[in-house]
Design a protein around this ligand. Structure first.
Ligand code: FE
Length: 212
């Protein structure tokens, strides 16, 4: 076998041409999948799942018991989401997801994987040196926190349920969903409440009407 491999676009075109020659509408199918990947498989979906779990204890319980069914309740289901397992972070335990074989994610709730998730460095190292890899990615975990690394398989897809940030007790589900990132649902970042988010403040004394 020669060491020369055509670039991905050329290989995809060769495959499409071979299918089309057999009478299959490969290009139209690929275009349809491309549209679904752009419009339907979005990390915003997972963010809504997380925000619902943070605000609705009964939903949270259903999500942890059967992730697939609970995600489907919100309309997130389908390809690569047939068996979703939700991993609950606690102050003592942090979960992180990898696909050491390739690049699998739960498409309906996380979308297609980001490039760093597919990189050989992440896949090879996060299982062996999770604390160090997370630190390199900007997530410094307190020493007392245990890390559990979950290796995705062709069937099982994971979703991390991150810790709800402090100071968000009064936030609406919608506001919470807006701060949940794909990275947090993979487990390489915390969810952070932006410091700039407007918070109610007591009026200053200067603004008080003079009682004297
Ligand atoms: Fe994979």
């Amino acid at each position: 076998m020669s060491g020369r491999i055509a670039d991905p676009a050329a290989r995809a075109e060769a495959l499409a041409a071979a299918f089309e020659a057999q009478g299959h509408e490969a290009r139209a199918f690929a275009e349809r999948i491309r549209g679904i990947a752009t419009d339907a498989w979005r990390p915003e979906n997972g963010a809504r799942v997380v925000a619902r779990a943070w605000t609705d204890p009964a939903y949270r319980a259903r999500l942890l018991a059967d992730g697939t069914a609970a995600c489907a309740e919100l309309g997130y289901e389908g390809a690569q989401g047939e068996y979703i397992v939700v991993l609950e972070d606690t102050p003592e335990l942090h979960n992180v997801i990898v696909c050491t074989q390739c690049s699998c994610t739960a498409w309906p709730v996380l979308g297609l994987p980001p490039d760093w998730y597919k990189s050989p460095a992440y896949r090879a190292r996060v299982a062996r040196q999770p604390r160090r890899v997370l630190r390199e990615m900007g997530l410094e975990l307190p020493t007392g926190v245990r890390i559990r690394v979950w290796d995705t398989s062709a069937e099982t897809r994971y979703l991390v349920l991150p810790l709800r940030p402090e100071g968000t007790e009064d936030w609406s589900e919608e506001s919470l969903a807006a701060i949940v990132t794909r990275e947090a649902m993979i487990g390489v970042a915390f969810v952070e409440a932006p410091a700039a988010w407007p918070q109610p403040r007591p009026p200053s004394r200067d603004a008080m009407p003079d009682q004297g």
